[in-house]
Write a protein that binds this ligand. Structure first.
Ligand SMILES: [Zn+2]
Length: 157
C-alpha cells in the first residue's frame, strides 16, 4: 500500500550507528516524511526484537496501550531512522498509524532522527532491562547517554 507520493528518504551509512535514513531533498518543517510500518504485535510480546539476530539494533514502536509495530517484518525505510537526543523529526500517532514528521527544516543529505524514548514496555515478560543495551551514540551536545525515555519528573507541590 502506498500512502505517500513523495519519497524523502535515502538509506546510507550512518555516523550514529549502522545504517541511517537521510534526506534526499530539503524537507520543510512540518512535512510528513514517512509512515512507520511493520508487523503489528501485542505490547510485550517481543522483549528485544531481533537485537541478537541482526547486526543493527532495531526496536519495536509502541502505538498504543496494546499494540507495537515490529519493523523487522514488513517494515519500510522508516526503520533506518536512528535515535537522537536532539532529533530533527518526531513521531505522531493518528488512528493507530505512526507517522514521522519533520520538526524543523531539514537540509538535503542530513541524517533523519527522532527520539525513541524507549519505554517500560521492553521491561515486560518479567525480564529486567539491561541499560547497557540502550546506550546512545547520537553525539549531540545534549546527549543524555541513553535511548531510554527519561522518567517523568516528580511534581513539586
Ligand atoms: Zn544521545
Amino acid at each position: 500500500m502506498k500512502t505517500l507520493t513523495r519519497d524523502f528518504i535515502r538509506v546510507g551509512k550512518s555516523r550514529i550507528e549502522g545504517k541511517g535514513a537521510f534526506a534526499k531533498r530539503k524537507i520543510p518543517k512540518g512535512t510528513r516524511i514517512i509512515e512507520y510500518v511493520g508487523r503489528r504485535i501485542p505490547v510485550g510480546s517481543l522483549l528485544l526484537p531481533a537485537a541478537e539476530l541482526q547486526p543493527m539494533r532495531t526496536y519495536s514502536f509502541r502505538v498504543n496501550e496494546t499494540t507495537m509495530i515490529d519493523p523487522t517484518v514488513g517494515g519500510n525505510d522508516a526503520r533506518f531512522i536512528n535515535h537522537s537526543c536532539e532529533p530533527n523529526c518526531e513521531s505522531y500517532v493518528f488512528d493507530d498509524r505512526v507517522y514521522i514528521y519533520a520538526m524543523r527544516d531539514i537540509s538535503r543529505s542530513e541524517e533523519l532522527t527522532f527520539d525513541y524514548k524507549l519505554g517500560p514496555s521492553l521491561k515486560t515478560a518479567g525480564k529486567k532491562m539491561d541499560k547497557s543495551q540502550y546506550v546512545c551514540y547520537c553525539g549531540s551536545p545534549n546527549c543524555r547517554g541513553t535511548m531510554l525515555g527519561l522518567k517523568p519528573k516528580r511534581k513539586i507541590n
